[in-house]
Design a protein around this ligand. Sequence first.
Ligand code: PLP
Ligand code: COI
Length: 367
Amino acid sequence: MQAATSRPTFDVKPNQHPMPEAERAKAFESLGFGTLFSDHMAVIRWNVDKGWHSAEITARAPFQIDPASSVLHYAQEIFEGMKAYRTADGRAVLFRPEENARRFAASAERMAMPEIPEEIFLEAVERLVRIDSKWIPDGDGSLYLRPFMFASEVFLGVRPSRDYIFCVIASPVGPYFKGGAKAVSIWVSEHYSRAAPGGTGAAKCGGNYASSLVAQAEAAARGCDQVVFLDAAEHRWVEELGGMNVFFVMEDGSLVTPPLSGTILPGITRASLIALARDQGLTVHERPYSFEDWKADAQSGRLKEAFACGTAAVVAGIGAVKFTGGEFRIGGGETGPVTNKLREDLVSVQRGRSNDPHGWVKAIDGV
Ligand code: PLP
Ligand code: COI
């Protein structure tokens, strides 16, 4: 399904009506997540005959798509989430962007979509950050980047589309959770599953999130910040949250996190924290952990801390867990010291405050 690909040349058309400086400064005073957008977007089109073509950086604007565009019917859509940070010494940097490019390619393969070559993906992201570099907040904020691709062929038959649009948009963001750095509360979804073996759990496709929303709404109705899913086959093993991976910190100082069995997203934050924990001398077990054990370990004190992690959420301590028929607390409901140290280690690398032994940070030239 892959047409021959030559690297398209970007046509750069700067926005003639960018947001005035004062308006942006005002908006930056109260940054939430994903509600404010930068002046530009990157767009590249793909067609079965032409491959990747018509690359441009242009003013952010609505797409005009036909009502029969196949994405609107069969949800052939994938996305990524990554951030650009402003370092204290004034650089604009990305964190492990090649990992997002690779995961995007893996998601594309699973969804029978064309793979965008890593260098084209990265060029689109870097060009957008360069032209919208004023949109990277200082301090604790960051510029959240959302590369995505959808099927745009006007066709109602059920087969892979022959046309796609790849796009990157950018959104200056503050904390993902309204409570900021406070520990979050979690609802355990024992009824709904997120992904089954052989399904799309390891791909970052919109459909996974669509099917998670009813469980997330259930969580919100119970006053919880996020939902955690159990495995689809036995409803027994902890998998991941609606938009984050999960870790447990045990009494002996070791960490446990569910393995990448194909039903959860291989988080880049997850992989980075495993490496940073091992750098600290901690033992990390990637192994199944049951909800029964979670409850029992929280009660007995064998479980000291739990946290969620992802690009948007960074690292968030889990203080309370609710489920049908009960609830329990972890670590007195506060974010624990192991979680805080891992968060600090990660954020220090991402923001260029500590040296970067793994070579994860990529500076964007000319910003
Ligand atoms: N799991 C899900 C379902 C997610 O949506 C995300 C967020 O991207 C993650 C895990 C964490 O992945 P990453 O650390 O690469 O952002
Ligand atoms: C991310 O962390 O980038 C995510 O995609 C999670 C959520 C915002 C969907």
